[in-house]
Design a binder for this molecule. Structure first.
Ligand SMILES: NC(=O)c1ccc[n+]([C@@H]2O[C@H](COP(=O)([O-])OP(=O)(O)OC[C@H]3O[C@@H](n4cnc5c(N)ncnc54)[C@H](OP(=O)(O)O)[C@@H]3O)[C@@H](O)[C@H]2O)c1
Length: 308
């Protein structure tokens, strides 16, 4: 099979492109012939060696978690998948990734590709979808609630806006001025440009989704009603001032549980999740994708690799 891989941590230039042995699925596994895959910050940080304290990778490593393709081999003990089934896959962070023509994965890590999504959108569904799902379920959204989504123009924030609208929740989103129209199109009822104005006048919100952190987090406490919640998905530490303001501060715990992946696919089939695709590149140009993402030059969604 053709694959991208790295044998040592380092800059995007450590990425190699070439042939590897075609893996065979074991018990409970399937092999997917991938048509496209997506690149996330996690892939870049793993390759750079920034997460060695959290993830013990075995090198060489094929990067990539998200992908879409067709099942082309089924291991023993797999009853629910057949050759030719079209699926989305979320590869485990430690195993072989999706930046390859094929990936072998546990059968529970694939879901039927939702109708209505393009190939590129399908390739970028499950990883940001799992984050959005965690945030929305942690917030326990109810119709009629009013919430603020920081980072509403991003891959995760856009799916939260789409999901919230589907649930009948009223949303305000923050993003840069240039991304206003894009963010309104994701379902935000109102947009506040963080580079032009302030969100500090908002009051009485039920939930603030924090996908940004830092000063944005610190300034969000007064916006909530008593008993409201900040639901966060940021790695950088912050001062929890929930008790002082009478609000809850809840971490969105992201999980790849099979039920969650099926739930994401279901929501996408219902038309709520339309993943954002920033740009497409051929898979052999994966190093360019990593470079652009590291340089902050990828906006409004994921880089998707076409496996041609
Ligand atoms: N722990 C986990 O498992 C996990 C998983 C996935 C994501 N995450 C975290 O979740 C966050 C979002 O991920 P993502 O994949 O959606 O990233 P993304 O696609 O890069 O989006 C980030 C968004 O943040 C916005 N932003 C930047 N500064 C802002 C500010 N001061 N105020 C409001 N918005 C601002 C950007 O908006 P503009 O482009 O309009 O400036 C951008 O759209 C990241 O912090 C990521 O690390 C965590």
């Amino acid at each position: 099979m053709r694959a991208i891989w790295y044998e040592a941590y380092g800059p995007p230039s450590v990425l190699r492109w070439g042939e590897q042995a075609l893996p065979e699925p074991g018990n409970g596994q399937v092999r997917v012939r991938l048509q496209a895959s997506a690149l996330a910050q996690l892939d870049v940080k793993l390759r750079a060696g920034l997460l060695q304290a959290h993830f013990a990778l075995t090198l060489p490593k094929i990067p990539g978690r998200d992908g879409v393709g067709v099942i082309d081999a089924v291991g023993d003990g797999v009853a629910n998948w057949r050759l030719g089934d079209e699926v989305c896959v979320l590869a485990a962070p430690l195993g072989a990734g999706t930046a390859a023509s094929h990936v072998v994965t546990e059968a529970a890590r694939v879901v039927a590709r939702p109708q209505g999504l393009s190939l590129e959108q399908s390739a970028a569904l499950l990883q940001p979808g799992a984050s959005a799902w965690a945030a929305v379920t942690t917030a326990q959204l109810q119709p009629g609630m009013r919430v603020l989504v920081h980072g509403g123009s991003g891959a995760v924030g856009a799916l939260v806006l789409q999901h919230a609208r589907g649930l009948g929740v009223r949303t305000v989103a923050t993003c840069r001025h240039d991304h206003r129209d894009h963010t309104l199109a994701q379902g935000a009822d109102e947009v506040i440009a963080y580079d032009r104005g302030s969100f500090g006048h908002l009051r009485g919100l039920d939930v603030v989704f924090d996908f940004v952190g830092g000063d944005t987090h610190a300034r969000s406490y007064p916006l909530l009603r008593p008993g409201g919640a900040i639901v966060y998905l940021v790695a950088a530490p912050f001062e929890d001032r929930g008790a002082e303001h009478g609000v809850r501060v809840l971490r969105a715990l992201v999980t790849d549980a099979p039920g969650v992946l099926r739930g994401i696919a279901h929501v996408a089939r219902e038309g709520f999740y339309r993943p954002l695709v920033s740009r497409c590149l051929p898979l052999r140009e994966a190093a360019l994708g990593h470079t652009l993402l590291e340089a902050g030059q990828v906006r409004l969604g994921r880089v998707v690799f076409a496996h041609g």
